[in-house]
Ligand binder design. Structure first.
Ligand SMILES: Nc1ncnc2c1ncn2[C@@H]1O[C@H](COP(=O)(O)OP(=O)(O)OP(=O)(O)O)[C@@H](O)[C@H]1O
Length: 586
């Protein structure tokens, strides 16, 4: 930036130098033509001088242009890097906060916000230079001329500063509406939503929503703009009034003193020049003020501290191998904006190498329980312990690397098959043998062999030649990824929801093998799968209502029994359900 500013000052000198050397050259050429002698040394030097100035001027201009571009990239890089470093490391709970997303969107304008004040300051520097020369001229005539010129600018500056602040406040207020508009735009542009938008004929519905939100923001902005323009006209009238007073005073001076017409015109021009420059400085100052607000907002984003979000600062190592197991002690949890406990007083213990199934109706808190175990969501009350150590005392990296989870909404990475599996343990990216082994166990290998590029086939539609997979095939890839990571605890949240019955059967047959010597937790709505577990936890409305083996729970004849028999009845020709459903056909 310093180099760029220096070069703009240097560039400003070149026109004077060019003018001067052209004048000298013309004089020298005239003298040379009229002279009888061949004295050409001075002429040659002047030509060399002109050549050098042209080259140097071009060099300096182009270096400055390059430096400016480099500055844009550097600032853009730093800004984006800071944002990405933040979004990829803040506690996951921040993503549940709408304010976080609003703030993120406000600052995502990029590096231009940072470069703009730099340009404004350079402009101000130039304006200040010309102001100095006008001011010097006016002070020589009378100091009051400069004072009145300064006073005349104050109203305009005040209006501009006020509206800069109003514009910033409006921007903050409009942010949620802008995000909403963005969402409707996304729905209308996104590949995955394209089918359903057409199926339900939602295009004009979302388009109208987008128009509504867009127009709402645009009309508010324009209303403010109109008010500002009106206020500026008023303030300019006030300034002109000052200047008119000065003009009258000058006319009176011209009449009563010996001021020449030339002096009078020069003073009027100096006053006009001062007025113009001061107005420009005032506009630039207001702009700088507005830019300051945005930059402050940018830095505030990185200082957000949500008191309700506990940061995991544990240092202790993860117990390896786990010897006593995992314990939930009276754990209660509530989402940050929630008004009820999603988990309440949950207590249970999992022994080393035990296989646990968690079942329960939709929304009963199964996934939330897993998110708490991973240390992503701190309990409101109670503790989660592994071998007696509170998970918040364990180093977070170690905790996460010892727990593998496949969530229902796992990521479908637009990477190659090999990379999709290997991201499960990025350090072992090149462990070919293991990649192939887990691909075989998860059932991925059989369909990968059909692709010409095999494991190097890009998946998804982002890359050229990318292959898209079916829901079940993606799920197999996710399963392979989880297996690739050799952790002590494996958690599968609805692992087989998209799998066909044969694949599901295979996965469950392999499950004991896959999770051998590990603690395994799986959440499933397929009641039959829960029979594989050593113990079953039944959840209802955030509480554990039953716990035991399949046989024990069946004997209890309560929640589990009802859920199990209800599903089993679908397959029994004698059951009431089957008779009713078959009855629909008749
Ligand atoms: N990020 C969140 N913010 C606020 N509430 C949430 C959030 N995630 C889940 N919930 C609420 O917490 C409750 C439990 O959700 P959870 O996902 O744990 O249920 P689940 O038992 O896994 O359900 P399913 O069987 O449908 O997957 C639900 O009522 C849901 O509305």
């Amino acid at each position: 930036m310093i180099a760029s500013v220096t070069l703009s000052i240097v560039n400003g000198c070149f026109p004077f130098l060019t003018l001067w050397i052209s004048k000298e050259l013309i004089d020298e050429v005239t003298r040379f033509i009229q002279s009888d002698t061949w004295e050409y040394v001075a002429l040659v030097w002047l030509l060399i001088g002109q050549f050098s100035i042209t080259v140097l001027s071009s060099l300096s201009k182009n270096i400055k242009e390059y430096l400016d571009k480099q500055m844009v990239y550097k600032v853009e890089f730093d800004v984006q890097h800071m944002i990405l470093a933040n979004t990829s490391s803040v506690p996951v709970m921040y993503f549940d906060l709408a304010e976080y997303h609003n703030h993120l969107q406000r600052i995502s304008g990029g590096g231009s916000r940072f470069l703009s004040p730099v340009r404004t300051m350079i402009d101000m520097f130039e304006a200040a230079l010309s102001l100095c020369s006008y001011a010097a001229f006016l002070i020589v005539i009378h100091w009051s001329l400069l004072l009145v010129s300064l006073l005349a600018t104050i109203p305009i500056f005040l209006v501009q500063a006020k509206y800069s602040q109003l514009r910033y406040r409006l921007h903050v207020k409009q942010n949620p509406v802008a995000r909403e508009a963005e969402y409707y735009k996304y729905l209308l542009q996104d590949r995955t939503s394209a089918k359903e938008i057409r199926l339900f004929g939602l295009a004009s519905f979302f388009l109208n929503r987008w128009i509504e939100k867009f127009v709402q923001n645009a009309s508010e902005t324009l209303r403010l703009e109109r008010r500002q323009q009106g206020a500026e006209v008023g303030m300019e009238a006030v300034s002109s009034f000052f200047y008119m007073g000065m003009a009258v005073a000058l006319i009176w001076l011209a009449r009563t003193t010996k001021m020449s017409i030339g002096d009078f015109i020069a003073i009027i021009q100096a006053i006009q020049g001062t007025q113009g420059t001061l107005n420009r400085i005032s506009t630039l100052l207001a702009k700088l003020y507005e830019e300051k607000l945005y930059i402050k907002d940018f830095y505030q984003f990185f200082e957000i501290k949500e008191p309700r979000i506990e940061i995991n600062k544990g240092q202790e190592p993860f117990p390896t191998p786990i010897q006593r197991g995992i314990t939930f002690e009276n754990v209660s949890f509530r989402y940050i904006h929630g008004d009820r406990d999603v988990l309440s007083n949950v207590s249970f213990h999992i022994n080393p190498q035990e296989k646990i199934a968690i079942i329960g109706q939709n929304g009963s808190g199964k996934t939330t329980l897993i998110k708490c175990l991973m240390g992503l969501y701190p309990p409101l009350h109670g503790q989660i312990k592994i071998d007696g150590k509170n998970i918040y005392d364990i180093d977070q990296k170690q905790l996460l690397s010892n727990i593998t989870v496949i969530f229902q909404d796992f990521i479908r990475y637009h990477l190659t098959v090999r990379e999709n599996i290997a991201v499960g343990d990025i350090k072992r990216m090149d462990d070919w043998e293991r990649i192939q082994a887990v691909a075989k166990v998860s059932g991925t290998d059989s369909f990968i062999q059909q692709f010409a590029l095999g494991y190097e086939t890009p998946l998804g539609r982002l890359l050229v030649d990318g292959e898209d997979l079916s829901g079940g095939q993606w799920q197999k890839i996710a399963l392979a990824r989880a297996l690739f990571r050799d952790s002590q605890v494996v958690i599968l949240d609805e692992p087989t929801a998209s799998l066909d019955p044969i694949a599901e059967m295979e996965i469950f047959q392999n499950f004991k093998l896959l999770a051998d010597k590990k603690i395994a937790i799986f959440i499933s709505h397929r009641m039959a799968a829960s029979r594989m577990a050593d113990r079953i936890i039944v959840m209802k409305e955030g509480k554990i209502v039953e716990m035991g083996t399949h046989e024990e729970l069946m004997e209890l004849r309560q929640e589990y029994y009802h859920m199990y028999t209800m599903q089993a009845q679908w397959f029994s020709a004698e059951s009431e359900y089957t008779k009713e459903v078959v009855g629909w056909r008749n």
